[in-house]
Design a protein around this ligand. Structure first.
Ligand SMILES: *Cc1c(COP(=O)(O)O)cnc(C)c1O
Length: 389
């Protein structure tokens, strides 16, 4: 079964009891038991709820995974996974990591004595060099945010296997539509389902999927005892959103590719970061491990003045944090995701005053292109001579 068929039929998408064409919302905290003597599959909604189970199975099926666990947010999912390590454990993580994960590591895990080393994710030998006797796992996220750097998944997995370490990966940017880390040997995959999986900017949700029973048992326990479960209505909305993930991703990624090519050739754009462009340093690796460059790109204008002129002129994309919605979303890391990072530090990371991130929605490509072009025309500082193509 291919992805779009699987999104509709590849799991229990219909209610077995009534035939209802969508899984009902089981709005209950507890379940009347058949008798006091015998157990039954559902007893209390924190432990399990049929609506949540349906979503967990649906996302798991898209990742070709055995198990899924749904959390109240992507951060809830990441916390549950990382808090399954113990005092004295060490993890190696890519340095270009989601801001919330970075804060979790530095402000919470540290208090529990779980130590993390950050490495340049594009350099495989840096991953290997960071391994210590107490290292338990390698944690990656590719492509990264907001610079879209690409990590070689198979390369990191090979190192992990050699040292008998687990691999954990945040697959939010690509989704299982474009990238399947479990098939490449990753042990645990995490999604902020808030983004492309739900896809409509109306739910905050997280999902963990795995094929490893021991890992699943740990994560299931965390879901139960930390208690950060996803509410049933949000489970239902996420399932509804998931059904069109394939169509949305294909449209958004097609536009992202065309927009990146236009930006790369535009005289006021200094640099474009999109792993679907042959000029991207991670292009070859991306081609090997994913079927698309995805729906998120970032680009650099000359300075903040150019950014303001551009964003004031832009009409279609909404200016907001987050990504992965049906609507295009323009974010400015300097005042949004990286507002708390000191200027010198963020510039060292490549987050300059001219950097903008665009999450491409499902609007018509021609309309997006025309809008971006007219907004770029409002930018007066040309930084390069256009390249002949
Ligand atoms: C948004 C995001 C998260 C956090 O997810 P929430 O649902 O906001 O908690 C984690 N990783 C990546 C890559 C994200 O984009």
């Amino acid at each position: 079964m291919k992805n779009n068929t699987k999104l509709i039929h590849g799991y229990n998408a219909f209610d077995e009891m009534t035939g209802a064409s969508s899984i009902p919302i089981y709005q209950c905290s507890t379940f009347k038991q058949i008798s006091i003597e015998v157990g039954q599959p559902y007893t209390y909604s924190r432990f399990g709820n049929p609506t949540r189970t349906a979503l967990e199975k649906a996302v798991a099926s898209m990742e070709d995974a055995e198990y899924g666990t749904a959390f109240a947010s992507g951060m809830g999912a990441i916390s549950a996974v990382l808090l399954s390590f113990k005092q004295g454990d060490h993890l190696v993580m890519c340095k270009s990591i989601y801001g919330g994960t970075f804060q979790l590591v530095n402000e919470a895990l540290e208090r529990f004595g779980i130590e993390v080393t950050f490495v340049d994710e594009t350099n495989l030998s840096a991953w290997e060099k960071a391994i210590q006797p107490n290292t338990r796992a390698l944690y990656l996220e590719t492509p990264s945010n907001p610079l879209l750097s690409v990590t070689d998944i198979a390369g990191v997995v090979a190192i992990a296997k050699e040292y008998k370490l687990a691999t954990i990966m945040d697959n939010t940017f690509m989704t299982p539509q474009f990238q399947k880390p479990l098939a490449m040997g990753v042990d645990v995959v995490i999604h902020s389902a808030t983004k492309f999986i739900n896809g409509h900017s109306d739910v905050v949700a997280g999902i963990v999927v795995t094929n490893d029973e021991a890992w699943h048992n740990k994560i299931f326990l965390q879901q139960k005892v930390l208690g950060g479960i996803l509410g049933v209505e949000d489970c239902w909305l996420t399932m509804r959103g998931l059904k069109t993930m394939g169509l949305r991703m294909e449209q958004s990624a097609k536009s992202a590719q065309i927009i990146s090519e236009m930006l790369e050739n535009h005289p006021v754009v200094k640099k474009v970061n999109y792993p679907g462009l042959p000029s991207h340093p991670g292009y070859a690796v991306q081609q090997k491990q994913a079927t698309s460059g995805g729906a998120v790109l970032s680009f650099e204008l000359e300075n903040q003045e150019a950014v303001f002129a551009f964003s004031h002129a832009l009409k279609i994309p909404i200016v907001a944090v987050s990504l992965g919605g049906v609507e295009s979303i323009l974010s400015y890391p300097v005042t949004m995701s990286h507002a708390c990072v000191a200027k010198a530090e963020r510039e060292k990371q490549g987050v300059t005053d001219g950097l903008l991130r665009l999450s491409v929605g499902i609007e018509d490509t021609e309309d997006l292109l025309a809008d971006l072009e007219q907004a770029l025309a409002a930018v007066k500082v040309a930084v390069k001579v256009p390249v002949e193509r």
